[in-house]
Design a protein around this ligand. Structure first.
Ligand code: UDP
Ligand code: MN
Length: 329
């Protein structure tokens, strides 16, 4: 049995506990409000926090192998990357490398245009597996415009009708005010992730250096150091071209493309003039938007993959023996 004083002590003890709980609660709320206050004060802080969270979410989805959840912030302009591609022994290797780069780029829509009359199972499976938002189109190059096996690759233009098919699709599917950027990403180049951050906010046409092209280590726009505008180019091959720049060296804003319905590539452009042909219909040199740290950084390389020697494979095919037919390479 408790004495009266014992009951009193219990009440006092319970009161103290309640008081302490209340104090702890007040301290906690105060701390929380202070934190909110500081976060709200610093707009940059919240943006940074948001970005950190996005990155965390992105990395988590990567870890879980859940490709569909690549963050697509609604206010981030979508990059439409156009890739012409054709069936050859290295095609799957090239597209695997490219898809693994694109999987790391948020808000990217991949437009793959097969140089064929109908879509192939190989490309379809690979692209679906990548989880990248995409559209697969086809545009066969007529036989007379195809390179023959022994032809040097500059003899005929490559990827022309495929890129035009993609431009047509964009004109049919985008609205004039859509925030989006268009980039021509051949399947054999090497792309650094910074490149996509650079091009995403293009207003008209943006430009940057391209490594390993035109007989140089790097072909790049030259800027006026005071104005930061493009005044010329350091190209060595046909520097008199209106835009001596590689296909991988520029991006176009979607509203600009949609406002120029005649801008496209041509099979009959002179060798090396594809880029100039398109860009002349879109912009002028003084309007170009230099990127990549005032065109001092290389974020894309015009690499080329050697054709593998497959003599033994061909011999087996002729003999109809051990042809590796059952395995997709
Ligand atoms: N390409 C194509 N059909 C062809 C040859 C090339 O669709 O008959 C594609 C190729 O996959 C690449 C782009 O067009 O994405 C440019 O071709 P390539 O890389 O051979 O040209 P280069 O590197 O000489 O500019
Ligand atoms: Mn190439």
């Amino acid at each position: 049995m408790l004495s009266n004083s014992g009951v009193d002590e219990l009440f006092i003890y319970q009161d103290m506990r309640r008081g302490m709980k209340r104090k702890l609660f007040i301290v906690f709320v105060a701390l929380f409000l202070t934190l909110l206050f500081f976060l709200a004060l610093s707009d940059r802080g919240t943006t940074r926090l948001y970005k950190e969270l996005e990155t965390l979410r992105f990395n988590f989805s990567r870890l879980l192998g859940d490709c569909e959840t690549v963050p697509r912030k609604p206010d981030l302009p979508v990059i439409y990357a156009i890739t012409p591609t054709y069936a050859r022994p290295v095609q799957k290797a090239e597209l695997t490398r490219l898809s693994h780069t694109f999987r790391l780029v948020p808000a990217l829509h991949w437009i793959i245009v097969e140089d064929a009359s109908k879509p192939s199972a190989l490309v379809g499976k690979l692209v679906n597996k990548s989880g990248i938002p995409h559209t697969i189109l086809t545009a066969p190059t007529p036989k007379e415009w195809k390179l023959r096996e022994k032809d040097p690759n500059w003899k005929k233009p490559r990827g022309v009708l495929q890129r035009n098919r993609a431009l047509q699709w964009l004109r049919e599917n985008l609205k004039p005010k859509d925030k989006a950027v268009i980039y021509f990403a051949d399947d054999d180049n090497v792309y650094s992730l910074e490149l996509f951050d650079e091009m995403r906010w293009t207003k008209g046409v943006s430009v940057w250096p391209v490594g390993l092209v035109g007989g140089l280590l790097v072909e790049r726009p030259i800027l006026n150091p005071k104005t930061g505008r493009v005044t010329g180019w350091n190209a060595a091959w046909r520097p008199e071209r209106p835009f001596p720049i590689d296909m991988a060296g520029f991006a176009i804003s979607a509203p600009l493309l949609l406002s120029r319905p005649n801008a496209k590539f041509s099979l009959t452009s002179d060798r090396g003039f594809q880029e100039s042909h398109l860009l002349q219909a879109l912009t002028t040199r003084d309007k170009l938007e230099p990127r990549a740290d005032r065109c001092t950084k290389v974020y894309v390389w015009h690499t080329r993959t050697e054709s593998p020697k497959l003599n033994a494979e061909l011999a087996r095919r002729k003999a109809k023996k051990n042809m590796n037919d059952e395995i997709e390479v």
